[in-house]
Write a protein that binds this ligand. Structure first.
Ligand code: CTP
Length: 399
């Protein structure tokens, strides 16, 4: 999808500018013609020569320069581009764009662009949380600019939180989504479940699991970008709701069961990425349980198996996808689940492997098809894994 495309990459002045070199290199490696526009402060962090070497093209810094290739760089770099990406985007850049200020080559080019523009902010945690910056981001989203939100973690200044530039893989997936193209799920309604259910013990306590919800949210985002109507039935997570997705918040397995079954008739695809508790407390205390004695026994009872119920009521033309998080005997457990729950595809991952499973941004999965075929995927960003799972779903639906 990226091969042969003209990509204008704006780099503004933050420490994450060095990561833009990796992005430029990977985009060029996939066959794009990449033209980098650097702001003056970006040049304080990385030298233009780095980008020239990686892209094989001259780097543009001067609004008033012209060449035989670009007579008016700010217009040519905007109109010839299939997509314009700004990574990293500083608070200053966001502020200027949100107010239509065009005082350098990059801001003028972005204002002149008619192609999709993808903005990837990166800055200090407190700066990103600042109300002025938040309002600028919201305003820009309202104007139709696309964003890849910063990741959470340690930023260069030592603070922890949201502010570091999104991973290169996620930016590339977003570029692919915007370029295009794949609207192969248009007309389909997809239910995705995500997160770990919470089974109440009393008004303040619950039993849950380590699921972060990232895989389910990535699936919802990917399906939505491919044109599907997506209903995301989610146990509590700390994740942002992907754009265009209908969210149905739930807490317990019983609630999730109710919402999934209620919406099942509308769906052609159901993907059960949620980590559903197999048991719940038989009695939920109405008041906080006070400590008494040395031990406490909770009586647990079985929860409904949502996926198995979907499998039992499976209609013609419906594709069911289940997940299996395993710590041992992955193959055998996966095959058994596939058959027992009457589903079309099972996505199995060994959660003990580094780079797989709970909380991670990457995953290593093996796909088990109902027909017996299997496919092992390498370690990939969860969004890329999501697209591969959807590819498999679409392939099954065509058979
Ligand atoms: N699942 C479900 N409802 C449940 C339990 C699980 O819908 N009550 C779904 C999960 O969303 C997942 C799949 O079933 O897609 C596999 O879940 P898992 O708990 O790993 O499998 P189980 O069949 O419950 O087997 P076990 O717990 O013994 O591993």
């Amino acid at each position: 999808m990226i091969d042969g495309k003209f990509i204008t990459l704006g780099v503004t002045g933050g420490i994450a500018a060095y990561k833009a070199a990796d992005l430029a290199s990977k985009l060029a490696g996939r066959g794009a013609t990449v033209h980098v526009v650097m702001t003056r402060s970006a040049g304080e962090f990385v030298r233009p020569l780095t980008f020239e070497a990686l892209t094989g093209n001259p780097v543009h810094t001067d609004l008033f320069a012209s060449s035989y290739q670009f007579r008016m760089p700010h217009i040519d770099l905007a109109t010839r581009a299939d997509i314009l990406v700004v990574a990293p985007a500083t608070a200053n850049f966001l502020g200027k764009l949100a107010h239509g200020i065009a005082d350098d080559l990059l801001t003028t080019a972005v204002l002149a662009a008619t192609c999709p523009v993808l903005i990837c902010p990166a800055m200090n945690v407190n700066m990103y949380a600042n109300r002025a910056v938040r309002e600028n981001v919201e305003r820009l989203k309202g104007y139709g600019y696309n964003f890849v939100e910063p990741g959470e973690g340690r930023v260069a200044c030592g603070h922890y939180g949201k502010g570091r530039l999104a991973e290169t893989g996620d930016i590339i997936s977003a570029v692919e989504d915007l370029l295009g193209a794949r609207r192969d799920m248009k007309g389909l309604t997809v239910i995705v479940t995500a997160g770990g259910t919470r089974e109440p013990i009393d008004p303040v306590r619950y039993i849950s699991n380590r699921s972060s919800g990232k895989m389910g949210y990535a699936l919802a985002r990917a399906a939505s970008s491919r044109g599907a109507r997506v209903i995301l039935i989610s146990a509590p997570t700390s994740l942002e709701i992907p754009p265009g997705v209908e969210i149905v918040p739930v807490e317990s397995a019983v609630e999730m069961h109710g919402e999934v079954m209620r919406r099942y008739p509308e769906a052609q695809v159901v993907i059960k990425a949620a980590a559903v508790a197999d048991y719940r407390c038989e009695r939920v205390a109405g008041r906080k349980i006070k400590k008494e004695g040395e031990g406490l026994t909770l009586e647990l009872v079985r929860n409904p198996d949502i996926l198995a119920d979907l499998g039992r009521q499976k209609r013609e033309g419906v594709t069911l996808v289940g997940f299996a998080a395993e710590t041992h005997e992955l193959e055998e457990n996966a095959r058994q689940k596939l058959a027992r729950k009457n589903i079309d595809l099972l996505v199995a991952n060994d959660v003990t492997m580094p780079g797989a499973g709970f909380g991670a941004d990457t995953n290593i999965v093996k796909l088990f098809y109902a027909g017996g075929r299997t496919e092992s995927l390498p370690v990939m960003e969860k969004l890329a894994v999501a697209h591969r799972i959807l590819d498999a779903v679409m392939e099954i639906r065509q058979d």
